[in-house]
Design a protein around this ligand. Structure first.
Ligand code: AMP
Ligand code: MG
Length: 362
């Protein structure tokens, strides 16, 4: 759900926000929609809040953006992306001390890594935040992407092992036990920032809000007319179109896709989601969307399912309480968990074949 890049999807989101406001004006003249967008975490973060008080609304927007900036600072692993004169963030410090010593970090960083480690265990390492060296070997992050030799991938892979990421919550430290290891929280940080931003909005009394951070969405409460928020899942092969609409209330929906970050070499596209068992692109799916009350979990799981592929991914996610998923394969076959039946509507566009457990209406 790369909404900001996809005009039709943006339209869908905006239309529903507008409808929501029209509805609320009929009941109360004072409800207003406040929105803003900022480029943070390498993506456009767009926040809508709907409330009666302009000062409160504007303050809420600022607080939400401040949370994204704070988590970006803690989790970004590239120094050149840091604001001038700020001290290094937690991930930079952890990576800089790999093989040397444990590093004291913030409670946020501990929580992000602990949750990542939990899912690393559950997915047998399909999700592994120690993927940093392999991401580097493909050149992701420094814009010098190329296909590395197998030996180079092999060397990088020998440094990938979530079992060697030691978290001590009591001392608030993280230690990468081997020199050369590095954390990459790109598959989870946005989701965590989203949860914290939503918490901040709730704390200042916001009842209706929609945050959209490049593929990571949270619908806080309902629209003001009591209806769920509606967000589009973009067509992974046609950026202006949508495959399905999700109805959401107090819920996150996070999408991973092979089109979100990639480079091309000799006619082949190489994307940014790596199977830690091979060090190469996971290719069994082209898009995954996960729905959960926790954006952190949804973010981790969308990446994890992408790696697990349709068979292992579906059997894994179907056993996870409170979690829905929509998986799309390169053959345009769509799989969805049955628990999304009442909140997922396929548009019928794009030649997608809905495999099972799902309704198709227009
Ligand atoms: P997402 O868009 O949430 O699926 O995250 C993709 C990002 O997660 C990549 O750009 C990497 O930073 C990171 N990543 C790639 N492969 C993995 C993996 N197998 N486990 C954890 N993180 C990964
Ligand atoms: Mg993710």
């Amino acid at each position: 759900m790369n909404f900001y890049l996809k005009s039709w999807t943006v339209l869908v989101t905006i239309i529903f926000v507008l409808i929501a406001c029209t509805g609320c004006r009929q009941r109360s003249t004072s409800l207003q929609d406040f929105s803003g967008e900022e480029f943070i975490m390498n993506t456009l973060v767009r926040v809508h809040v709907i409330c009666e008080d302009e000062e409160k609304g504007r303050k809420a927007l600022k607080q939400a953006f401040d949370v994204f900036k704070k988590i970006d600072h803690l989790t970004n692993r590239f120094p050149e992306n840091k604001p001038v004169a700020s001290s290094p963030g937690d991930v930079l410090k952890i990576n800089g001390s790999a093989g040397l010593k444990p590093v004291q970090v913030s409670a946020d960083t501990i929580r992000i890594i602990q949750r990542s480690q939990y899912y690393a265990g559950l997915t047998g390492g399909a999700f592994d935040v120690s993927i940093g060296p392999v991401m580097d070997s493909w050149g992701f992050g420094n814009n010098q992407q190329y296909v590395p030799a197998d030996e180079e991938i092999g060397r990088a892979l020998s440094l990938v092992d979530y079992g060697k990421v030691e978290v001590d919550p009591g001392k608030a430290t993280v230690f990468l036990t081997e020199p050369g290891m590095s954390l990459d929280l790109g598959g989870v940080a946005k989701g965590y920032a989203m949860d914290e931003a939503v918490k901040a909005l709730r704390e200042v009394g916001m009842k209706h809000a929609l945050i959209n951070a490049g593929g990571c969405v949270y619908a806080l409460g309902t629209r003001p007319d009591g209806e769920p928020w509606r967000v589009g899942i973009q067509d992974p092969r046609s950026s202006g179109d949508i495959v399905a609409i999700l109805s959401l209330k107090d819920s996150a929906a996070v999408t991973s896709g092979d089109y979100q970050r990639y480079f091309e070499q000799e006619g082949v596209l190489y994307h940014h989601i790596i199977d830690p068992s091979t060090g190469k692109q996971a290719r069994e799916l082209i898009q995954t969307t996960v729905v959960s009350e926790s954006a952190t979990d949804a973010d981790i799981l969308s990446t994890a399912l992408f790696v697990l592929g349709p068979r292992r991914g579906m059997s894994f996610v179907e056993d996870l309480p409170g979690t829905g998923a929509v998986l799309i394969g390169p053959d345009k076959v769509v799989l969805a968990t049955a628990n999304l039946n009442n909140q997922l509507t396929f548009t019928g566009d794009g030649g997608y074949q809905i495999a099972r457990n799902v309704t198709q209406k227009r």
